[in-house]
Ligand binder design. Structure first.
Ligand code: AMP
Length: 434
């Protein structure tokens, strides 16, 4: 099936062709015609499925075929994203897909100066991509007017709620036109009760689209667990990257400190590595990502929040250096590989402390992940499980679900399961592998 059959304009088809896309992905096939019709949509789509083009293309088309009446340029489409990186990527996509249309878009997010954003907004834009915190700053400075929004997109809505943005979202919704006069699109990888509640308030008789099984990992991703002692994980990681000649690896750690330390250790082993996490300045994050994309940096070590929204094409390897405390994060993490139809491999290094986390992940996936003990790295059976280090406050998450974007605007802390648990050792049978 080609893009021609979806009802997109010649300008958009040209931009798609220039991107080298030959056929729409499943989410695009389902979402584009519905959004073109003006329907509200609730889509269950993981990152990497091509969901951005799934909403960006029809949104651009609708705005370009219904130009504003009086020649003014009010903001007519608002796309909210949880992280700066995702906002920047969505904004880039808008520019790429809309390059042959006379529409203007811009992006606002925190961590960078506000004045250039104010200047761009003042000149007039049709499409605004934003993270909630910085958008509210603009609202309070009266540098943005949201009263003419025709299309609202909540991208990665589950992650926005996880990060404690619900109050900001509510405040923003109150500034938009009534939901029955605007089109509302909600994208989420998972559907918690909270997401369903939000969807109930926001969407008008939405069409439901689901492309991958809920919480299911992409079929094309080969997943494997290597049981290994905690103290030998770094050595094993360096060994795997070197001996298997991995050129571009995204590695997840649980904490910012752990990410820094691991990147340093990998550098000491002669592997070019950078860490990316919420404590880094926006400039440092952008540089690390650019170095990784260009191939100059071989290993990018990231925490969950920092990695959210990274769009790195055809990323071949994702390594869980530590399993995430929340099983859904595993799905998000490994969604970084095998993107848009490419094959990928997700490797998890699992020590005895993490067996319970692994079981939770397998329960969520409804399948076992194959365990392969690597020769020379067999776990020492005498090592007993210890409670998982979860950061300074000793509560569930080492990395709180608020990014630097989130501030204390009366937002309650995100409700997440407390994941520090005492583990028992054992729990699965491993087979040997050379
Ligand atoms: P997303 O899920 O929106 O983050 O998209 C993941 C990646 O897939 C991005 O790098 C897109 O450029 C790419 N992509 C989107 N649609 C297509 C398509 N129809 N064919 C090939 N690649 C695509």
């Amino acid at each position: 099936m080609s893009f021609d059959t979806l009802g997109l304009s010649a300008e958009l088809l040209r931009a798609i062709g220039e991107q080298g896309y030959s056929e729409p992905t499943p989410i695009q096939r389902k979402a584009i015609p519905l959004i073109l019709e003006g329907q509200d949509v609730m889509a269950g789509a993981q990152t990497g499925t091509g969901k951005t083009a799934g909403f960006a293309l029809p949104l651009l088309q609708r705005l370009s075929t219904n130009p504003p009446k009086n020649g003014r340029r009010p903001i007519r489409a608002l796309i909210l994203t949880p992280t700066r990186e995702l906002a920047a990527q969505v904004s880039d996509s808008m520019k790429i897909y809309g390059r042959h249309l006379p529409l203007r878009s811009t992006v606002v997010f925190g961590g960078v100066k506000i004045n250039p954003q104010i200047e761009r907004l003042r000149r007039g834009v049709d499409i605004l991509v934003a993270t909630p915190g910085r958008l509210l700053d603009h609202v309070s400075q009266r540098t943005v007017n949201l009263s003419q929004i025709e299309i609202l997109v909540l991208d990665e809505a589950d992650r926005m709620l996880d990060m404690g943005f619900i109050h900001d979202i509510r405040k923003l919704l109150a500034l938009l036109p009534e939901n029955n006069v605007r089109q509302n699109l909600l994208f989420s990888a998972t559907f918690s009760d909270e997401i369903k509640q939000l969807a109930g308030r926001l969407l008008n008789r939405p069409k439901l689209i689901e492309v991958a099984r809920r919480n299911a990992t992409a079929e094309r991703i080969e997943q494997v667990v290597h049981p290994v002692d905690k103290c030998r994980k770094q050595e094993l990681l360096s060994h795997m990257i070197g001996s298997r000649n991995w050129r571009q690896v995204l590695v997840f750690t649980r904490t910012k400190h752990g990410a820094n330390r691991l990147a340093q250790q990998l550098e000491n082993d002669g592997l070019r590595a950078s860490a990316i996490h919420g404590n880094k300045s926006q400039g440092a994050r952008t540089r690390a990502l650019a170095g990784f994309k260009s191939g100059e940096v071989r290993v990018l070590v990231a925490t969950d929040i920092a990695a959210r929204g990274l769009d790195i094409n055809q990323l071949p390897h994702v390594v869980n250096y530590e399993l995430p405390n929340v099983p859904e994060d595993y799905v998000h993490r490994i969604g970084r590989t095998g993107r848009a139809g490419n094959e990928g491999a997700a490797t998890s290094l699992v020590c005895v402390d993490e067996h319970k986390l692994l079981r939770d992940i397998e329960r969520l996936l409804k399948r076992e992940i194959s365990k392969v003990v690597l020769e020379g790295y067999e776990p020492d059976p005498s090592i007993r499980a210890e409670p998982i280090q979860t950061g300074r406050n000793g509560k569930g998450r080492s990395q709180p679900r608020k990014q630097t974007e989130a501030r204390s605007r009366g937002r309650s802390p995100a409700k997440r399961p407390v994941a520090a648990r005492r583990e028992s050792s054992g729990g699965y049978t491993a087979h040997r592998h050379r």
